[in-house]
Design a protein around this ligand. Structure first.
Ligand code: PEP
Length: 250
């Protein structure tokens, strides 16, 4: 995709510790310095809430930090939740929304994801909206239909290439070591691109990430697929060496 800077995003999920945050970000920062200060791709790490502030203090501007969720409301009686403005306040630039684990564990609907994304945009965060079909849905030949429905229903009003990223993550490929064929990834990303062009003025420029068992060994092949503009990485983002290799491939 021309004029689009790829994004290498690490989703730590519910993993990590103070010590791990320190060593992982030291590892990434040192590699970035050796590489001359920046890569072709932008680098983003998304630790659990308790480690966000420490992560932000450890990185300079060339590594972005993001949350893994936010609440649709600005403030109020919502015990245990975190507002988008709070993430922005401490220096987060991104927030992951609608990850399949949140859709499953917390029953998040696409309408709820759209409301969270709208709140993220108000707070001037970039929202990474996750979509993807289950294995049963793919087997029924419904992957494109499901992804289309999730995208259309999860997009916030006022979304644009400057504040929106889409992550295509087939549920059956997350943490399983299995990935779709390049042709299947190309078909879904091409379809998402078409939808974005239809729904947004600058939909051609929105970054579309692939996620699901991205590893150093398969990253280059996945990143060469048309309309793949980076990766959302779970397991392999917990090791500086592996995440760095994936970021280089992006
Ligand atoms: C994820 O859940 O965002 C993910 C892509 O996980 P993994 O890389 O471990 O498959």
């Amino acid at each position: 995709t021309p004029n689009v800077r790829p994004l290498a995003a690490g989703n730590w999920k519910m993993n990590g510790s103070s010590e791990m945050t320190l060593s992982l970000l030291k590892g990434l920062t040192e590699r970035l310095k050796s590489a001359g200060g920046s890569l072709a791709a932008e680098i983003l790490v998304c630790p659990p809430f308790p480690y966000l502030a420490a992560a932000i203090a450890l990185v300079d501007k060339d590594i972005a930090v993001g949350g893994q969720d936010c609440h649709p409301k600005a403030s109020g009686a919502h015990t245990g939740d975190v507002a988008a403005a709070m993430l922005a306040d401490i220096g987060c630039r991104y927030v992951i929304l609608g990850h399949s684990e949140r859709r499953t564990d917390h029953g998040e609907s696409s309408a709820e994801v759209a409301a969270k994304a709208a709140a993220a945009l108000v707070a001037k965060l970039t929202a990474i909206i996750c979509v993807g079909e289950t294995e049963a849905e793919r087997d029924r030949g419904e992957a494109l239909k499901i992804v289309e429905k999730q995208i259309v229903e999860s997009l916030p009003p006022a979304g644009s290439a400057s504040n929106l990223v889409i992550a295509y993550e087939p549920v059956w490929a997350i943490g399983t070591g299995r990935t779709p064929t390049s042709d299947d990834v190309a078909a879904v990303h091409g379809h998402i691109r078409k939808l974005l062009r239809t729904n947004l003025a600058d939909g051609g420029q929105v970054r579309i990430l692939y996620g699901g068992s991205v590893k150093p060994a398969n990253a280059a092949e996945l990143m060469a697929i048309p309309d793949v503009n980076g990766a959302l990485v779970g397991g392999a983002s917990l090791k500086a060496e592996d995440f760095w290799a994936i970021a280089e491939a992006c």
